[in-house]
Design a protein around this ligand. Structure first.
Ligand SMILES: N[C@@H](CCC(=O)N[C@@H](CS)C(=O)NCC(=O)O)C(=O)O
Length: 220
């Protein structure tokens, strides 16, 4: 049976979250690394909205939302209970936190990162708006080692790629800000094996050229 295909872009935090879901589930897909400025026709034919990641399953189902790709992979195999499947209330909390990340934090992150494109306010203003979410994470991480408990869940994996981007805008400023638990949490993830796995570099996939096996394939 052919493997599912994942259109991905290495530095995109949404694509990172999808690749984390795949790695953590032990799934294996064919990875096609794309360039956002030159999206492959085959990807646009499958998902005309033109965002990465896009997964095309073995059955031809198109999944073009990063969180749905994580869920697709983890529903097949989730040895670490990252999906919190037996804990529906906590799972709902995780989904609400991820939604807050995507709907509120991410737009501030973009404005902070590209402040010159949004001259209405200063970069400092955008950073402070983003820090409202960072403070919420700090208070969660003061209570337990991971966002929602003592083990990492989908909330941690879906959110930390975005916090990484936020931290990278001004690394020194971030590292000296009063968020010791967020700094510890982010560092732990950035030195972890799953992060190393998802950040391997692949040459760009050009139509009908090479694609790459991605993931461990320990899942059936
Ligand atoms: N809601 C989507 C958002 C994905 C998204 O916006 N990805 C960005 C890259 S990080 C993208 O593809 N943007 C289109 C572009 O830049 O042309 C998801 O969760 O998958």
């Amino acid at each position: 049976m052919p493997l599912a295909t994942l259109y991905s872009f290495r530095r995109c935090p949404y694509a990172m979250r999808a690749r984390l879901g795949i790695v953590l589930s032990g799934a294996q897909v064919m990875l096609r690394e794309i360039i956002l400025k030159h999206k492959p026709e085959a990807m646009l034919a499958a998902s005309p909205k033109g965002t990465v990641p896009v997964l095309i399953t073995q059955n031809g189902q198109v999944i073009d939302e990063s969180l749905d790709i994580m869920i697709w992979a983890l529903r097949k195999n989730d040895p670490q209970n990252i999906l919190l499947s037996q804990l529906p209330a906590l799972q709902a909390t995780a989904m609400a936190l991820i939604k807050h990340n995507d709907d509120t934090f991410k737009p501030w992150l973009d404005k902070y990162k590209y402040a010159d494109r949004y001259p209405e306010y200063s970069q400092d203003y955008y950073r402070k708006q983003g820090e409202i979410f960072i403070s919420q994470l700090e208070s969660l991480l003061t209570k337990h080692h991971h966002l929602l408990g003592h083990t990492a869940s989908i909330a941690d994996y879906a959110i930390y790629p975005f916090v990484r981007q936020f931290a990278h805008v001004d690394k020194n400023g971030f590292n000296t800000a009063p968020y010791p638990n967020v700094q510890r949490w982010l560092t732990d993830h950035l030195i972890s094996d799953p992060f190393m796995d998802i950040m391997k570099k692949y040459p760009t996939w050009l139509e009908s050229e090479q694609q790459f096996l991605f993931g461990t394939g320990i899942q059936d």
